[in-house]
Write a protein that binds this ligand. Structure first.
Ligand code: ADP
Length: 460
């Protein structure tokens, strides 16, 4: 049954809120923004048809986490559905459940699916049950160092301690020896508790210099699921992605197909619906291992959209309304129907200062000029001349996405666009991104996740 949405509320801010408003407007849906005290002057709220202050007595982050307040606002304003974007409440089953209970469609997977994939350990167990390879590790949260030591002795150092509820590159520690394991175990638990509200941690083998390859999938409410191929997200700093591209051309086609079909196996095992991403690491011998699933839209969904021509955010909204993948509205008839056209690269321009350990910079932007042109897509957040960058939220300013027939040309377009971009008043990572893009190893697709830490000259 199709239930057409008239009004959608976006429980998020910045570039992803704008991205979702645009998708809604193109579908003829009215948009409702929420904003915190600190975001009164933010650009994103002006891109919605209506916007409302929430969390008046709360902090800048807590405002966007005010589940009950957001839902009562949605009811009051006659909202049909809520899109959570990424971060904030996007992976919170309680929020999804409360939306369902209030008769508001949550644009994403169901609360039960989120529970099943709830944390990194649960995700790995689902993958294991389908026969997809996972990184060797314990299968339950560990509460004592003895268990951690026992595992590490069996599999050998280095190992990684991970917060089960971790995300955004946080809550992970590489441990190289037993002494280090003993000294870091308790602090890893208390850090997890502090950052994610839960002190479950687990341990797994640490792979040296793997590639991060992830697969975009999309499923409707009727059990139809397809993948939209893979992305290479190996360019990371401290486990956080900076540049992402597709296809992951440095891996053999057969390997990429194998990873994509493994991703589908896991998604099908939970009857996944909406957009999601399955993340894998590929070691230097070419073995792939599933690490986690993100049941939400991701920052780097854009590159997949460019090469497949499929609007992932619009598809999410249509799926939530009850459309089938093969409906004329979504237009994905079958897996074979999805073609990859050329190469796309996304660079995240952030207000971070590479010469000062990437410390986030804040202040007023005096000049903001971007470089568009053929083959460039700009998904911006709050940047404009005169805008104020506050210290409260993530430092992503604009995503520059280039698309071309060859990888080399997509790189040239990205570099050209970054060079054309003039931002003054706050520091950015632009020069650093150009150093990466023009590096010989990057051009060959040879970078793994250790590339940035092993090449400190990229910061000059
Ligand atoms: P998050 O949810 O915080 O993004 P992930 O589990 O997706 O964390 O991992 C983020 C990155 O951390 C990976 O892309 C990879 O670079 C690194 N990483 C995670 N697990 C391992 C591991 N077992 N061995 C080596 N690197 C890892």
């Amino acid at each position: 049954m199709i239930k057409k949405f008239k009004r959608v509320l976006v429980a998020n801010r910045g570039e992803i809120a704008i991205r979702i408003f645009r998708a809604c407007h193109e579908l003829g849906i009215r948009t409702v923004a929420i904003y915190s005290n600190e975001d009164k002057c933010a650009l994103f709220r002006t891109k919605a048809d209506e916007s409302y202050l929430i969390g008046q007595n709360k902090g800048p982050i807590e405002a966007y986490l005010s589940i009950d307040e957001i839902i009562s606002l949605a009811i009051k304003k006659g909202v049909d559905a809520i899109h959570p974007g990424y971060g904030f409440l996007s992976e919170n089953p309680e929020f999804a459940r409360k939306c369902e209970e209030a008769g508001i469609e949550f644009i994403g997977p169901t609360a039960d699916m989120m529970d099943k994939l709830g944390d990194k350990i649960k995700c790995k167990l689902v993958a294991k049950s389908t026969g997809v390879p996972i990184i060797p590790g314990v299968e339950k949260p560990i509460t004592s160092e003895e268990k951690a030591i026992e595992f590490a002795r069996q599999c050998g150092y280095p190992v990684m301690l991970k917060a089960a509820a971790g995300g955004g590159g946080r809550g992970m520690r590489i441990v190289k020896s037993e002494d280090e394991l003993i000294s870091s175990f308790n602090s890893a638990r208390s850090e997890a508790k502090k950052a994610f509200g839960i002190d479950d941690i687990f341990i797994e083998k640490y792979l040296e210099g793997p590639k991060h390859i992830e697969v975009q999938i999309i499923g409707d409410k009727y059990g139809n699921i397809v993948h939209l191929y893979e992305r290479d997200c190996s360019i990371q700093r401290r486990h956080q992605k900076l540049i992402e591209y597709t296809p992951a051309f440095s891996l053999p086609k057969e390997k990429r197909d194998e990873i994509c079909s493994d991703a589908l196996k896991i998604a099908k095992a939970v009857g996944y619906r909406s957009a999601g991403t399955l993340e894998f690491l590929v070691d230097k011998y070419g073995n792939h291992y599933f690490i986690e699933m993100n049941p939400r839209i991701q920052v780097e969904h854009t590159v997949t959209e460019m090469v497949t021509g499929i609007d992932i955010v619009q598809s999410q909204i249509l799926i939530a309304q009850g459309y089938e993948l093969n409906s004329k509205e979504i237009g994905i008839v079958s897996q074979d129907d999805i073609k990859v056209n050329g190469f796309a690269i996304q660079c995240r321009i952030t207000t971070e200062d590479p010469s000062n350990s990437f410390a986030p910079d804040t202040g007023k932007i005096d000049v903001y000029r971007t470089g568009s042109g053929f083959g460039i897509r700009l998904d911006g957040g709050n940047g404009f001349t005169g805008s104020i960058i506050t210290p409260y939220y993530d430092s992503l300013l604009v995503k520059i996405i280039s698309h071309s027939r060859t990888f080399e040309d997509a790189v040239r377009k990205a570099v050209r666009s970054i060079k054309e971009t003039t931002i003054s008043g706050v520091k950015t990572n632009s020069a650093f991104l150009i150093n990466v893009l023009t590096h010989e190893k990057f051009l060959k697709g040879d970078c793994d996740t250790s590339f940035i830490s092993q090449n400190p000259q990229l910061l000059d």
